[in-house]
Design a binder for this molecule. Sequence first.
Ligand SMILES: Cc1cc2nc3c(=O)[nH]c(=O)nc-3n(C[C@H](O)[C@H](O)[C@H](O)COP(=O)(O)OP(=O)(O)OC[C@H]3O[C@@H](n4cnc5c(N)ncnc54)[C@H](O)[C@@H]3O)c2cc1C
Length: 414
Amino acid sequence: MSNNDTEVAIIGGGAAGIAAGRRLRASGIDCLLIEARDRLGGRAWTVKENGFALDLGCGWLHSADRNPWAKIAEDQNRTIDRTRPPWTRPSLPIRFPLEEQHAFHQAMNDLYDRLEAMLAKGGDVAAGAALPPSGRWNNLITAVGTYISGAELDRMSGRDFINYQDTEVNWSVVEGYGATIAAAGSGLRAAFDCAVTRIDHSGPRLKIETVKGTIFADRAIVTLPTAVLAGNENIFAPALPEKIEAARDLPLGLADKLFVALAGAEEFEANTRVFAHTDRVATASYQIRPFGRPMIEVYCGGSHAAALEVGGERAFFDFAVAELTSLFGNDFAGRLKPIAMHCWGADPFAQGSYSYALPGLADRRAVLAAPVEERLFFAGEACSRGDFSTAHGGWFTGTAAAEAAIAARQRVQA
Ligand SMILES: Cc1cc2nc3c(=O)[nH]c(=O)nc-3n(C[C@H](O)[C@H](O)[C@H](O)COP(=O)(O)OP(=O)(O)OC[C@H]3O[C@@H](n4cnc5c(N)ncnc54)[C@H](O)[C@@H]3O)c2cc1C
């Protein structure tokens, strides 16, 4: 088939779109990935810098013992690193003694316990409502909350926060999680640099308008990030206001990573985490020597990351240098050099990093995921009830949407 006609159009070539495409192809069904970028993977993106594969988007195979991307990485002969992640081991005790780290972890566990108790009878509260008034660890918990969810705890649904299913097994791929996901889609038919502007479902066939012309399809699987959908209320014709509203109720939080080269890195143990401040929300997490490499992975989240994005990579680097020199002394600055980063909030085809639900609106994930007229199907991390915000959530929802499309096709043919 040509690139302007397909049986199933998959809109977006990220983790969800690729999973959907693989499922359809396994059933012998023609499909086409329609992707706005010049590459597959979306928020999964590995770049090669200084001889290392760096994941600017997803890096951790979360829930790795049930994460289908782990098997795919193995099938691709990639190297899986099963070292326990830094957040499950003690951080460097500089300015953060081990007893305080213990107290912080206890406070973090208490937050989950308190939320569970508050929500035991139903309803919802903002996740931040479970923080103890004036708790010593509230700011650091909120900072870590922004790394987990991309937003401050008082902005997000507590119900959604505890719905997240985590087996607490976390691995990573030395050659890159993003590279794994993109390679998994390499055999699929795809149209690149082909942003979709409108999905017309008024006629007998779908008319998908793109910046490169119209593509006709019988069915479509829409995997657009919620922030992209939320800003495009005319993307469906006739309009689907319930989808746009659901996308608005599931905004994308922000998390950004900066990789910084570190001279003389060997003085640190591999995969060590350090915090420069435990008393404020606007602080970053530093993973020193990820995979034993001579670098630091700087992780910023929430409003703090959004504020830094205004100044671009330089602002992230200056911030990291200021925090790290406050820990290790002024000479440390001379050992640091920025390598790579991506501002996900400023990226027009993502407009954020991963989804969270607004308070009271955790059920909007199911609304977003529901098919329309047996021919528009929805997938993407935000559609997952328990694996949202992750690449494996993308996989599961993409596969489910493809299976729903296959079932709809069989009903029509029967
Ligand atoms: C900094 C960062 C760290 C992360 N860390 C982790 C982690 O450690 N582990 C983990 O599991 N997850 C992590 N994530 C989240 C993970 O990357 C995402 O949840 C996942 O990749 C989303 O996949 P998706 O297919 O739902 O969406 P996307 O990957 O966003 O795919 C949607 C696709 O649609 C395309 N698109 C957008 N607009 C249009 C348009 N108009 N027309 C056509 N195509 C369009 C996009 O270019 C994109 O390719 C991280 C994300 C970030 C940003």
